[in-house]
Design a protein around this ligand. Structure first.
Ligand code: 6R9
Length: 631
C-alpha cells in the first residue's frame, strides 16, 4: 500500500485528516509496517512533563521492517551503493539480502562481546557501509546506538561516552577525507582513557595505518566477524524502547543526548522519506550528510532502508579530487534524488559553473536542502545549474529533536518559493507565538516557531536528565514544543525559517552552542573571559566570532589567537574553531553583570551605526574600543 501524496489537493486532504483525527491518520500509516504485536493506543501524551508515547505496548524490531519485510520482493535489489573517497577505488554495491547477512552477523558479534538489550554503543566511524551495519546491528539486538561525528575531539567523545555510560566503541584505524588521512583510533584511545565504562573497542581496518591495539580491550572488526553466523533472530522490543541517542548542542554549555524511540521514529521517517522525495522503486537516492548527524540517521539509513530504497553513501568531501565530485557521482550512479546542505551549495557556487559543465545531471528528478536557511541566490543557483530548472527543490526544515522533516514541499506537488520551507507535512500542527506566549493567528505573522500536537518521531527525553528536556523545549511556552527557531508565515501561509532565536549558532549546518565554544576558549590558561556570537558568513551561513579578554603578559597577540584556535579544536573539534578572534580589553555588560550579546552581534555584523542605547551599560566606554579593533 502506498502512502504517497501525489497532488496538491491530495496534500490538503491528507493534512486536514491528520489534524481532525490524528489517531486514525497515523494508525493507517503504521498499518503498513510489521508489528509483532499491535498497539493499544496510537498516542498518549502531555507536553507538561513532557510524556509522549506512540503506539503504546506495540512490539516490533525496526530491522525486521527493513529486512524480513522486504526480502521476498527486494532481496537482490541494492540497499546501499557506496562511493569511496578516492574515485579510483572500487564502488561497493550491497543488496538487501547481503546487508541482512552483514547486520545479522554483526548482531551476533555484539552479543558475543557482551552487549545486550538497552546497553549503549558508541559509533565513531567513517562513512562506510559498516557504519550503517553497526547502527542496524545495535537496533536488531535492542542495544542503543549513539553515533558521534568522527570530526569531534577526544574530549567531546569522552564526554558523550561518560554521559551515556557506553560499554563499547565501534571505530576504524583511520578515515580518508579528501587528500587527508585522519588517525581516528588515536582519538578513541585518548578518549577511552578518560572514561570507565568502555569494555571493548572494535576497530574496522580502513586506511591500513599503524594503530596500537590494547590487548583484552581492542578487537579487529574482520577478526570479530570471522566465521560468525549470518543468521540472527531479532530482539522484539517495545515501541517506546530507546532506539538511539544523538548528542546535539543547545544554548547551555553541555551537549544533550536527544533520545529517539523505535515505533514512532520508524513510521515517521519512512512516511516523510517517501513523500518529501517522492521516491519510486528503482530510483537511486543520495543524501550527502554524515551518519554522525540526524540527517544521516533518518535519511541515509533508517528512512530509505525502511522504504526499500537504494541509498547512496559517500565517504569523501565535495571538493576532492575536484569541485565537480558531487556532479560526477550523480552521473556515475544515475542519482534521481539528491539531498545536501546550503553550505555545500554555496561552497561549490564559489567555483563557478565550470566544474559542472562536464556532467549531464539528467537523471536528477528532485533536489533537496537541509540544515540551515538557504539564501535566495544559492536557491536559484541550485535550481538553475543543478536542477536545470526542471527539478523541484525541497527545502526541508527539521531538527535532531524532531527526528524527521517537519516543514517542506512535497516534491512536484507543493509549489516552491525560494528560501521558503513552504508548508507543514501532514501530522505537523505548527503554531507561531509572540514573546508573551500568545499564539499569532492568520497569515503575515512572525514569531517563535512551536508545535502544539505530538508527532511520532519527536524526542522523548534528553538522556539521563528529563528535567533538562522539559526546561529546554517545553517550558518557554506552556503546552507547546518550542523549536528555538524564529519563523515568518507570509501572506500565502508559507513558512520561512528566520534562524535561531536562542544562543545557538548554525555553522555550515552544524549547531554550536555559544556557551560551549566559550567554555572551550576559557580552557586556555591565558584567557580571562570570552563571549561568542554568530555573524553572517558567505559560505558557512554563520561564522563564529569570539571576543576574548586575555592576560597578555609575555605573549604576542597573533600567537595567542592561534593557541586559542587550537584549544577549541582540541576540546570540541575543528568545526567549532572561531573564524574571527578579537582580543578585547573588556566585554559590554549590564549592571547585573550579564554580557550584552546584542551589541557584540552588531559589531560582528558591522552594524555599528545602529547600536541602540548603550548608556545603561556598566562599562559603555568599552564598546568604542571593541568597535575600533573589530575585524
Ligand atoms: C536536520 C538538522 C536544526 C536547526 C534548526 C534550524 C536549522 C535545519 C533548516 C534550518 C532553515 C531549513 N535548520 N533545516 N533552517 N531552513 N531547511 O539540521 O538538524 O542539526 O539539529 O539542526 O537547523 O535552525 O533548528 P540539527
Amino acid at each position: 500500500m502506498s502512502n504517497k501524496i501525489q497532488t496538491l489537493s491530495g496534500y490538503i486532504h491528507e493534512y486536514a485528516k491528520s489534524v481532525q483525527d490524528p489517531e486514525h491518520f497515523w494508525a493507517r500509516i503504521a498499518d503498513s509496517f510489521h508489528w509483532q504485536k499491535r498497539w493499544d493506543q496510537v498516542v498518549d501524551w502531555n507536553f507538561e512533563e513532557p510524556d509522549v508515547k506512540w503506539f503504546t505496548n506495540a512490539k516490533l524490531n525496526i530491522t525486521e521492517n527493513i529486512f524480513e519485510r522486504h526480502l521476498y520482493t527486494l532481496g537482490d535489489k541494492p540497499a546501499i551503493i557506496w562511493e569511496p573517497n578516492d574515485p579510483s577505488e572500487e564502488v561497493r554495491t550491497i543488496s538487501y539480502k547481503e546487508l541482512y547477512g552483514l547486520v545479522c552477523q554483526f548482531s551476533n558479534v555484539l552479543k558475543a562481546k557482551g552487549i545486550s538489550k538497552g546497553d549503549r554503543v558508541i559509533i565513531y566511524m567513517p562513512m562506510v557501509p559498516e557504519a550503517a551495519v553497526a547502527m542496524l546491528a545495535c537496533a536488531r539486538i535492542g542495544a542503543v546506538h549513539s553515533v558521534v561525528f568522527a570530526g569531534f575531539s577526544a574530549t567531546s567523545l569522552a564526554d558523550r561516552i561518560n554521559d551515556c555510560k557506553a560499554k563499547m566503541v565501534l571505530t576504524s584505524d583511520g578515515n580518508f577525507r579528501g587528500a587527508k588521512k585522519i588517525a581516528v583510533k588515536d582519538v578513541v584511545d585518548e578518549a577511552v582513557e578518560q572514561t570507565e565504562s568502555i569494555e571493548k573497542v572494535i576497530v574496522l581496518k580502513r586506511t591500513g595505518q599503524e594503530v596500537s591495539m590494547k590487548s583484552g580491550r581492542d578487537i579487529w572488526w574482520h577478526e570479530a566477524i570471522d566465521g560468525v553466523s549470518t543468521e540472527n533472530q531479532a530482539e522484539i522490543v517495545d515501541s517506546e524502547d530507546m532506539l538511539f541517542i544523538l548528542y546535539t548542542s543547545g544554548s547551555t554549555g553541555k551537549p544533550k543526548g536527544v533520545v529517539h524511540t523505535c515505533g514512532g521514529y520508524m513510521v515517521y521517517t519512512t512516511y516523510t522519506f517517501q513523500n518529501v522525495f517522492q521516491y519510486s522503486q528503482g530510483d537511486i537516492y543520495w543524501c550527502t550528510a554524515d551518519v554522525g548527524w540526524i540527517t544521516g540517521h533518518s535519511y541515509i539509513v533508517y528512512g530509505p532502508l525502511l522504504a526499500g530504497a537504494t541509498t547512496l553513501m559517500f565517504e569523501g568531501v565535495p571538493t576532492y579530487p575536484d569541485a565537480g565530485r558531487f556532479w560526477a557521482i550523480c552521473d556515475k550512479h544515475k542519482v534521481n534524488q539528491f539531498y545536501t546542505a546550503p553550505t555545500a551549495i554555496r561552497a561549490l557556487q564559489a567555483y563557478g559553473t565550470e566544474p559542472i559543465e562536464p556532467y549531464k545531471l539528467d537523471s536528477l528528478q528532485v533536489i533537496g536542502t537541509v540544515g540551515e536557511p538557504i539564501n535566495e541566490e544559492a536557491w536559484h543557483w541550485y535550481h538553475d545549474h543543478i536542477g536545470k530548472g526542471r527539478c523541484p527543490i525541497v527545502d526541508t526544515w527539521w531538527q535532531t529533536e524532531t527526528g524527521g522533516v517537519m516543514i517542506s514541499p512535497i516534491a512536484g506537488v507543493t509549489p516552491t518559493k525560494p528560501s521558503y520551507a513552504t508548508l507543514p507535512l501532514p501530522g505537523i500542527q505548527l503554531a507561531i507565538l509572540d514573546n508573551d506566549g500568545k499564539e499569532l493567528i492568520g497569515n503575515s505573522v512572525e514569531g517563535n516557531l512551536c508545535v502544539k500536537f505530538p508527532w511520532p518521531s519527536m524526542l522523548r527525553t534528553t538522556y539521563g536528565d528529563h528535567e533538562r528536556c522539559r526546561q529546554t523545549y517545553f517550558s518557554s511556552f506552556k503546552g507547546y514544543y518550542f523549536t528555538g527557531d524564529g519563523v515568518k508565515r507570509d501572506e500565502d501561509g508559507y513558512y520561512r525559517i528566520l534562524g535561531r532565536v536562542d544562543d545557538v549558532i548554525n555553522v555550515s549546518g552544524h549547531r554550536m552552542g555559544t556557551a560551549e565554544v566559550e567554555n572551550a576558549i576559557n580552557e586556555h590558561p591565558k584567557v580571562i573571559e570570552s563571549a561568542v556570537v554568530g555573524y553572517p558568513h558567505d559560505i558557512k551561513g554563520q561564522g563564529i566570532y569570539a571576543y576574548v579578554i586575555c592576560d597578555m603578559e609575555g605573549r604576542s597577540e597573533s600567537n595567542l589567537i592561534e593557541e586559542i584556535r587550537q584549544t577549541v579544536t582540541k576540546i570540541i573539534g575543528p568545526i567549532a574553531k572561531p573564524d574571527k578572534i578579537q582580543i578585547v580589553p573588556g566585554l559590554p555588560k549590564t549592571r547585573s553583570g550579564k554580557i550584552m550579546r546584542r551589541i557584540l552581534r552588531k559589531i560582528a555584523t558591522g552594524e555599528t551605526s545602529s547600536m541602540g542605547d548603550t548608556s545603561t551599560l556598566l562599562n559603555p566606554e568599552v564598546v568604542e574600543e571593541i568597535i575600533s579593533g573589530a575585524q
